[in-house]
Design a protein around this ligand. Sequence first.
Ligand code: PMP
Length: 313
Amino acid sequence: MLKATEKIWHNGRMIDWNDAKIHVLAHVTSYGSSVFEGVRCYATEAGPRVFRVREHARRLHDSAKIYRIEIPYSIDQLSSAMIDIVRVNKLDSCYIRPLVIRGYGDLGVLPTKDTPIETYIACWEWGKYLGAEAMEQGVDVCISSWTRLAPNTLPVMSKAGANYMNSQLIRMEAAINGYSEGIALDAAGYVSEGSGENVFVVRDGKIHTPPLGASVLPGITRDTVIQLAQSLGIPIVETLVPREMLYIADEVFFSGTAAEVTPVRSIDRIIVGAGRRGPITEKIQSEFFAIVEGKKPDTHGWLTPVPQPVGAR
Ligand code: PMP
């Protein structure tokens, strides 16, 4: 159950959590016309820090542009609004959800000037997505019988609400069969991504991850992992990954705002490597947490402070 906070940002104003409602005949409800983001704010000794806020605001703009949705706020304005909503709700660590929808006005597949664009930003407290234990032990996953969105159908570089109908199929099938998550293949049969995570495969000391052309969301954590691997001197390549490479990998892990860096210990009941978090996954994971939790200097400039009232600490 969502843990309600006090305020939600709506079109530049703070409104009460319970007032953030839409009409049943809003365009988004019938036609799935929404784009959104998921962002994390971490608690550090020095106060709350939002992770890669500008990159998330930029991706929201990209997602909207693909669908000809004009967001009336700049990347900088959206970034500040994300910081503001955390500050106003007095949270130390939380998940932030910016959401842009085609709202209530006209109703037809072709959006008209009478269909308004509404921008919301909410935040709430949230823990580990795939479970705290999973961070060490790893998760059991399956290859989904559902294919990820094919090119030229729904554009996956847009983080659109409608894409998550496909994600729901993947995730529900996995859950019903007793797995924590499903990995989908792309329309050509190569590894694509999880329902809400990018995938990394380690073999012989080298990390492989599917390229953007394999129907993957350009994950901000994916980019973070690529940069961390490079700075740690671990070879990493974006390349097509055949399904069977997952079965013979030394290590497999997921990345995502929600999943952070989560090891995978089995795929289709085939044990991956030693069946627990491998050494390369552990290196990337501990580097990631050291930075986001403020235990190592943020040399990449990934963290933005949330101002706190004087004397709060
Ligand atoms: N793929 C999909 C389908 C997702 O929903 C997400 C979560 N946004 C990701 C990958 C990971 O992206 P990010 O690291 O930006 O959260």
